[in-house]
Design a binder for this molecule. Structure first.
Ligand code: NI
Length: 178
């Protein structure tokens, strides 16, 4: 396994639609393992192909199980095939939009169909944080970020805040080197 670089906004690949995976090859298996390692190293709960610069429909998620033990899920070509009518609001973040958070509405539960890392087709019903993560990650594969669910004003403020913090970090790093 190897850690990969997480791509951050405003990189255009985050706005692109990822392509379906035709076969779960060893290359895809390695990609999924690398993504999981990368996600854990950044304390994230989900990561999608676009975020490591690969425009393939692959997602990894780990929201933990009911006993708070690790519950890694590797998904190829995930698709929401059923969802609740009710929505819930949750404060979301994203490894591609570091340290910025905002409330987003998502379906309360979803049923996701996907192919696992062994090429077996599976279905999983998810509620709570897992349902939110599934919707957030599948959005990534369609080039949609959580900030795209916000009003234009809220989105603009969030991005400005991130840019301001980046400039500050860059300045501090420069001063450190001087
Ligand atoms: Ni994300």
């Amino acid at each position: 396994m190897a850690k990969r670089i997480i791509i951050e906004i405003p990189h255009p690949i985050l706005k692109e639609k990822a392509l379906p995976v035709e076969a779960v090859t060893s290359e895809i298996q390695t990609l999924l393992s690398d993504m999981l390692e990368t996600m854990y190293a950044s304390n994230g709960v989900g990561l999608a192909g676009n975020q490591v610069g690969v425009l393939k429909r692959v997602v990894v998620i780990d929201c933990g199980d009911e006993n708070e033990k690790p519950d890694p899920i590797k998904m190829v070509n995930p698709e929401i095939i059923e969802h609740a009518t009710e929505k819930i609001c949750h404060n979301e973040g994203c490894l591609s939009i570091p340290r910025e958070y905002a409330d987003v509405e998502r379906y309360e539960w979803v049923v996701v169909r996907y192919t696992d890392e062994n090429g077996v087709e599976r279905q999983r019903r998810a509620t709570g944080l897992l349902a939110i993560a599934m919707q957030h990650e599948i959005d990534h594969l369609d080039g949609i970020l959580f900030i795209d669910h916000l009003s234009p004003l809220k989105r603009k403020l969030l991005v400005k805040h991130l840019e301001k913090r980046r400039r500050k970090q860059a300045r501090l790093a420069e001063e450190g080197e001087a």
